[in-house]
Design a protein around this ligand. Structure first.
Ligand code: SF4
Length: 441
């Protein structure tokens, strides 16, 4: 029988990288990927549990596969990622009787063996054990080049920060940094295969190297990646503001390939809420960091994450968030209504603010930020910027697309031979999520 799998991925870049690994591992045991779950003999979901909404969405999608299993009892259905790690097999198997396989965030490498066990023995399988540091170091996901211009490179995993609202340290484990020689070898390999932009990823890349003695620092790692021939641009994410060192700020002034964009999650503009969130910095410290970044790199654009409605957030706290948005003028924000996550400190806090008040604050904030975002992207119209061309645009009609240093998508008329090149594009129109431009000859 033809073995085929359908894979759905939810959540952050770490899951995207894990899913690429899943594709390659399943390829190794004779599975080919299909786009339609009805064509699959194996359905896998790589899930995210960062917010209640993400969990409900994943469960909703899982429910859609039940009729397929009823029609075809030999279909294998598996669930991995953060929900699997958090809930464990026992509870998930109870809730979803049609589920065959549960694998945690540290067990992606065991997927072929687990799938084969379900195939052969028709038993339900679970593997959600956290691995020791030595084994994790051996198993860092590595990437090979393909047709893409831009790739993620994992530099560290896990998180030691225990922000009071976040499940990541519980579902991804403690921080561990990948050896720098391995990272550099991978970047060199990707560059040799045509990749032109790398994004160094991890839950908190700024603390790279601090857990292992003798390892280089994150600014030093960036400096070495900057020297790799063939790489034209470097990005990194995610950054914790408290771990941004003066040396890292300086990189934005000295490393020519480092993009002038930084995602710097603030979460709230109120120091007392930041303290309740266990973020490790105050509003004043955050703003000082922003000033230092802009003094070093005047063109830098910042994006951020905001949580509205954290337990105990008063109107005054919320006003502090609004004034922070006005002061920093982020290019984009990713905002969320607080959602208590089981097992975290914030889930135990008394939350007296009515949901209607939280929603109203949320809408007010979006309105303010939409206008700031619109003004920032609109001001680009008429300007000419280098764009790294990635491929044909989704809009079709002979349009190509690429990104500016600020990670903004620009569509423009051009030809495929530009892919992988940095070209000058004059911005002619600013849409909400992209810009339109003309190639400057
Ligand atoms: S830094 Fe905080 S928000 Fe980010 S992953 Fe770690 S615990 Fe979660």
């Amino acid at each position: 029988m033809n073995k085929t799998f359908y894979l759905e991925t939810f959540g952050c870049q770490m899951n995207v990288v894990d899913s690429e690994r899943i594709v390659s591992l399943l390829d190794g045991i004779g599975y080919s990927q299909v786009e339609d779950p009805k064509q699959a003999t194996l359905i896998l979901m790589n899930t995210c549990s960062i917010r209640d909404k993400a969990v409900r969405k994943a469960y909703g999608h899982l429910g859609r596969f039940k009729p397929l299993k009823e029609k075809n009892p030999s279909l294998i259905i598996g669930l991995g990622g953060c929900i699997a790690q958090q809930e464990g097999g026992e509870s998930l198997f109870d809730t979803f009787p049609y589920l065959d396989l549960v694998f945690g965030t540290h067990n992606v490498h065991r997927l072929p063996e687990l799938v084969q066990k379900v195939e052969q023995d028709r038993v339900r399988c679970e593997e959600t054990e956290f691995l020791d540091m030595e084994t994790r170091l051996r198993l860092f996901p590595s990437r090979t080049g393909d047709e893409t211009v831009s790739r993620f490179v994992t530099v560290m995993q896990g998180c030691d920060n225990f922000c009071s609202y976040c499940v990541v340290p519980y579902v991804r484990g403690r921080e561990i940094s990948r050896p720098s020689q391995e990272i550099l070898a991978e970047v060199e390999d990707l560059a040799a295969q045509g990749v032109r932009e790398v994004t160094l990823i991890g839950q908190n890349v700024n603390s790279y190297g601090t857990q292992q003695s003798g390892e280089i620092s994150f600014p030093e790692l960036l400096t070495r990646v900057d020297a790799v021939e063939g790489i034209k641009r470097i990005r990194f994410t995610t950054s914790h503001p408290k771990d941004i060192s003066p040396e890292l700020v300086a990189c934005f002034g000295t490393l020519p390939k480092l993009c002038k964009h930084l995602h710097l999650p603030v979460q709230s503009g109120s120091s007392s809420i930041l303290q309740a969130m266990n973020r490790g910095y105050s509003r004043e410290q955050y703003l000082k960091l922003v000033t230092q970044l802009r003094a070093t790199c005047p063109d830098i654009r910042l994006t951020t994450d905001i949580i509205v409605g954290f337990p105990g957030e008063t109107e005054e706290d919320f006003a502090a968030t609004m004034s922070l948005l006005e002061q920093v003028r982020y290019a984009e924000i990713y905002s969320f209504l607080f959602s208590p996550r089981q097992g975290t400190g914030a889930a135990k806090l008394v939350d007296e603010t009515p949901a209607t008040v939280k929603s109203e604050r949320f809408d007010r904030m979006l309105k303010l930020q939409d206008e700031i975002t619109r003004q920032i992207w609109q001001a680009d119209v008429g300007q000419t910027y280098p764009v790294l061309v990635e491929g044909e645009s989704k809009v079709g009609e002979g349009q190509m697309f690429g990104r500016t240093t600020w990670n903004r998508i620009v569509n423009f008329s051009g030809s495929e031979d530009l892919v992988g090149q940095l070209v000058d594009v004059q911005i002619t129109k600013a849409h909400r999520n992209s810009q339109l431009g003309e190639l400057v000859k």
